[in-house]
Design a protein around this ligand. Sequence first.
Ligand code: KG4
Ligand code: ZN
Length: 398
Amino acid sequence: MKILAIETSCDETAIAIIEITGPKKRPVLHMLSHIVSSQAKLHAKFGGVVPNLANREHQKNLVPLLLEALKESKLLQKVSRETKNNKILNTKYLLLNTVLEREPELLKQFKKHVAPLQTPPVDTIAVTYGPGLAPALWVGVNFAKALAYLWKKSLIPVNHMEGHIFSAITNVPLTQRSPHKWNIRKIRFPALALLVSGGHTELVIMPKYGTYKLIGETRDDAAGEAFDKVARILELPYPGGPEISRFAEKGDSKKYQFPRPMINTKDYNFSFSGLKTAVFYTVRGFASSEEAKPRRLPKKDIAASFQKAVVDVLIKKTIRAAKGYKVKTILLGGGVSANKKLREELIESIKNNKLKADCRMPEAALAGDNALMIAIAAYFTGKKKAWTNVQADANLQF
Ligand code: KG4
Ligand code: ZN
């Protein structure tokens, strides 16, 4: 079985193709192609993701990425004889014009480079349909619909957050074991997932594959958003997470006593907006003092103290939920799961609390948005639909 997956929920345009072989109980996953094109540099000028710019970039990127992915997977078929038969192509175009009517740039490239291709031997197409930035999601979803229509394939809509869960579950070792092939290990249930990204901070209980119960989430800023906003306060570039963690490595995390919002509340919710404000006031304090130059700011210590506050809250609540729900597996996923301190402290806390739970997290290179996780989620829990029944849902929830 071969799955082609598309991800465009934020500022990464990503396409992956996987093949699954072996018995159903012990499937073997082959990564035929895994391409992520990041727009981060472009958005950095604006200090964060600009939805309409992301939409335009996805339109520009998708067709070249698809051709590259097909080529890499050796699934690119020669141009079909149909190209010579303009009549057939023109009828195809009629509906394509409607499917991609809001993506003119993508439509142009699609007609030129994709419509003439022979149908590649993939079984189904998977696409992130939410949550995310609406203008970004539309492009990927409409592109997937156009492909499903053109190639007469089913379409599997995938929840982006479920993708992050599967990227932790499969724990794909991209940098080890060649050539990109691995046995999918099963996990023990119930599982608990801590999902931390630019738009979400969630604790999710998973009694089995495909069943999710949201037990806690952020009341205001997401963890990644807090990293991004604090980076801006410290005049560090977007995306802030990697920058803050780099600075924090050489800083003193005890130097500033930032608040740990909601750390002792009995629920499993989070709040990071007050913490960000506390950092802001600390930085402003420096600006109004004698040695007011921004370059004199103790960025490393502030970054380390801020990061420690975020990690403390995330871990405390995760451990409490793990105990409360007696979970057998703890999963960590989402862009912020690339954070070294968070990864180390989670493993350490599981040990210190003598929890008999396995811990899984993606390799740092797969913590951020990618289409491989969408393909894997589609394989495990996806439901095939007709392309006409798939719509983007920016506010999709578990
Ligand atoms: O999952 P993701 O790639 O995109 C969304 O679905 O939002 O997460 C992106 C977020 C950004 O806020 C980014 O700053 C944060 O993940 N991030 C990090 C690190 N790497 C990325 N946060 C903390 N430490 C990191 N090393
Ligand atoms: Zn994400």
